[in-house]
Design a protein around this ligand. Structure first.
Ligand SMILES: NC(=O)c1ccc[n+]([C@@H]2O[C@H](COP(=O)([O-])OP(=O)(O)OC[C@H]3O[C@@H](n4cnc5c(N)ncnc54)[C@H](OP(=O)(O)O)[C@@H]3O)[C@@H](O)[C@H]2O)c1
Length: 323
């Protein structure tokens, strides 16, 4: 069984440690590393990981670790993935994979040269609803899909990693990445036109933004995010004969299908645990099959996603100090 190590002992690392514990018949929750041994130990004890390390280097030097889950601020993903690759570890890295396309290309080149698995943990791409939504759209039941509306608003600007340019802060890379992936999943990764507007904070990162992706055949996606307002993550795929409503794009356990404006049915996709189990299972399957990427989030998708976010940030003049 693959042995899993976690880098970082913060918010999402704690949540995922619970998922790895739940999946212990499929992957071994083995080690947690933090710059604070106390924090690593607390997570390891709570979720039955065998080892706790007080530095990332120690975890990466442990030959028993097969795969590393990176759960640190965006700004650190690139450097930490390079460290993992140097130590011959497979990687599941939190979103955004890196802060820009150029960094991601370097990671993929190095991982390819070593035959290592690497994947961006955009967990929404792996959920069971995705396959079903694609089936409904392809079936023609709702006519032609023409227009997507999706957003993610959560008041988390108080977090240091959201506020500071040196930690690659801003709404887009943390929140807007989800509506972007929603559009990419159902309308594709090759918009012909990208337009946008953003309000920047006094530190020069995006507080909120709206952006539209226009496709060659006239389909359009209207997307956005805010790190100062409540709003959740609703999404709709509007088609010529009806639409699909997804009240909670992030925890999508239910969709509503309407013909015209009449509700026809609700379809449910209850999670087995909390929804993160699907990306982890996909990772295990790929690594065990000797593959370097997943079907749900191939490397090309991550590059396309980052290229679009690079374009948006260039439109607003948001550049991080280390770029
Ligand atoms: N998939 C999801 O649903 C989801 C949800 C939330 C976040 N995320 C992603 O996960 C990543 C981490 O988010 P989070 O909310 O877990 O962050 P967090 O709790 O603020 O920080 C996570 C860890 O990163 C390290 N860290 C924090 N600030 C740092 C700094 N200034 N310099 C160096 N290291 C620092 C710390 O590691 P030590 O333990 O070593 O001190 C901390 O425990 C982000 O990329 C975010 O986009 C994903």
């Amino acid at each position: 069984m693959l042995k899993l190590g976690i880098l970082g002992a913060g918010n999402i690392a704690t949540k995922l440690a619970g998922v790895y514990n739940f999946l212990r018949n499929e992957i071994e929750p083995y080690a947690v590393a933090s710059r604070s041994l106390e924090k690593a130990t607390a997570i390891a004890e709570k979720f039955n990981f065998a080892k706790a390390y007080g530095s990332y280097e120690e975890l990466l030097s442990d030959p028993a670790v097969d795969v590393v889950y990176i759960a640190t601020p965006h700004s650190h993903h690139f450097e930490q993935m390079l460290m993992c690759i140097e130590h011959g570890k497979h990687i599941l890295c939190e979103k955004p994979f890196t802060v820009n396309e150029q960094q991601a290309r370097i990671v993929f080149e190095k991982a390819k040269a070593r035959g290592l698995f690497v994947c961006e943990a955009v967990w929404t791409r792996f959920m069971p609803c995705v396959k079903r939504i694609r089936e409904i759209l392809e079936s023609g039941e709702l006519g032609e899909p023409r227009y997507i509306e999706a957003s993610f608003c959560a008041p988390i600007s108080f977090k240091e990693r959201m506020a500071l340019p040196e930690l690659a802060g801003g709404a887009l890379l943390d929140l807007g990445i989800y509506p972007l992936n929603y559009a990419m999943l159902y309308f594709g990764e090759d918009p012909v036109k990208i337009t946008s507007a953003a309000v920047l904070t006094d530190k020069g990162v995006d507080e909120h933004e709206t952006f539209t992706l226009q496709y060659a055949d006239g389909r359009m996606a209207m997307l956005g995010s805010s790190m100062t307002a409540f709003g959740g993550a609703p999404a709709r795929i509007n088609c010529t004969k009806g639409h699909i409503i997804c009240e909670k794009m992030l925890v999508c356990e239910e969709i509503v299908i309407e013909h015209g404006n009449c509700v026809i049915r609700t379809e449910k996709f209850p999670f087995e645990y909390n929804g993160y189990e699907y990306e982890i299972r996909s990772m295990i399957k790929a690594i065990e099959a000797g593959k370097c990427e997943t079907e749900e989030t191939p490397w090309s998708t991550t590059l396309n996603e980052l290229r679009i976010m690079d374009t948006l940030r260039a439109q607003w003049g948001v550049k991080y100090p280390f770029e």
